[in-house]
Design a protein around this ligand. Structure first.
Ligand SMILES: *Cc1c(COP(=O)(O)O)cnc(C)c1O
Length: 375
């Protein structure tokens, strides 16, 4: 039964619809990979790596199995290169997807969370220096929801304390600060091409970008069982490579990423211009370079708001209801309390923002529905 007033349904995200415009080209590329007979590594992967590096303005891009592995391989490579040692500390934002924390844990390092800035949802740069100890080796800014972090400040702090800057760019491909793309704003960056991301594969996929040749070589070696010689592995490595079939899919969609991100920006500006309701706090619009992986508002009574939206046919989602430090796997670690991250986790709601599923008219309708909301 459809109980919305208009009888319309506003889908949050339908991945099938995202790929409809690409279906014929994706099929052609699949057939090309099948006929090519090369199912690990090879031409498609190399071409995608070159195209991604060029897109970000980076010297190197290395494909990985997924975004978590991209982060993990960067940290493990720094350990293998002697830049960090197990037990060293890495500063992370307290509100992020749990992958950021897990990569640190898996590398034998210690996550030191820092509360976000409530206006930008990103790591609060004024709190980073206080979290630095003699064991701190790196900071991982996450461009949450597609909004670039205050990278100039972060780089200054990192330089002052001798820290590596590792961007978690899983949510922000194509975002920029001035003339520079995210993914080229630190020492290394991790990308995820999980199907729901702004550039989504048809399965798991990820990548590392950097200008550091030694780091790029190490990431490639560690992701390929510990070396590129088939029978003499230098390190006890891992198996985490970008599949050619996914590389072929990503090559097609990478060509359109700026246009796809512009579609998200257009929806975000409708919301930003039209939603006026004292119970609904809109995200800070930020600079031009935001790519709106999510459009996240804050409300006091989230259940009430989401039920209201749902009754009016609008699907919403929550990114994320439980911060990593409060999830069961980290409870025993006693990472501390992060009041802003914890408050955001109670209040945030994501509105539909994917242009394949939400037209500008839909965004206007959704804005009107929100304007009629009473708490
Ligand atoms: C999606 C995501 C990841 C992990 O990516 P996977 O490809 O799912 O492993 C890491 N960090 C953030 C912020 C993410 O949103």
């Amino acid at each position: 039964m459809d109980c919305s007033k208009s009888g319309r349904k506003y889908t949050f995200l339908d991945l099938g619809r995202v790929n409809v415009p690409y279906a014929a080209r994706l099929q052609d590329a699949c057939l090309r990979v099948i006929a090519g007979g090369r199912y690990i590594g090879g031409r498609e992967v190399e071409a995608f790596e070159d195209e991604l590096a060029a897109f970000c303005g980076c010297r190197y891009a290395v494909g990985t199995g997924n975004g978590l592995d991209a982060l993990r391989l960067i940290l493990l490579s720094y350990i293998a290169l002697g830049v960090m040692s197990p037990g060293d500390e890495v500063i992370v934002p307290a509100n992020t997807y749990i992958a950021t924390f897990l990569a640190v844990t898996h590398a034998g390092l210690v996550s030191v969370p820092v509360d976000p800035d409530v206006a930008t949802y990103n790591i609060d740069v004024n709190k980073i220096a206080d979290a630095v100890t003699p064991r701190t080796r790196a900071v991982i800014p996450v461009h949450l929801y597609g909004r670039p972090c205050a990278m100039e400040d972060i780089r200054d702090i990192a330089e002052h304390h001798g820290l590596k800057v590792i961007e978690d760019n899983a949510q922000a491909i194509g975002a920029f600060v001035g003339a520079e793309r995210t993914g080229h704003l630190g020492d290394a960056a991790a990308f995820s091409f999980y199907p729901t991301k702004n550039l989504g594969a048809l399965g798991n996929a990820g990548a590392v970008t950097t200008d550091d040749a030694k780091l790029a070589d190490m990431v490639r070696a560690l992701g390929n069982y510990g070396g590129n010689d088939r029978h003499d592995k230098v390190y006890c490595g891992y198996n985490s490579r970008l599949d050619p079939i996914q590389a072929a899919m990503l090559r097609i969609k990478l060509q359109d990423i700026d246009e796809l991100n512009n579609g998200r920006r257009a929806i975000a500006s409708v919301y930003g211009g039209e939603i006026v309701n004292k119970h609904v706090i809109l995200p800070d619009y930020g600079a031009a370079g935001h790519v709106w992986h999510q459009y996240v508002v804050r409300v006091d009574n989230r259940e009430h708001f989401r039920n209201y939206m749902s009754r009016n046919g609008v699907e919403t989602d929550v990114h994320y209801p439980v911060p990593p430090h409060m999830q069961s796997c980290y409870r025993a670690a006693g990472l501390g309390r992060f009041p802003i991250a914890e408050a955001l986790a109670r209040e945030v709601v994501s509105l539909p923002v994917n242009p394949a599923c939400t037209s500008l008219d839909d965004a206007r309708d959704i804005s009107e529905i929100i304007n009629a909301y009473v708490c």
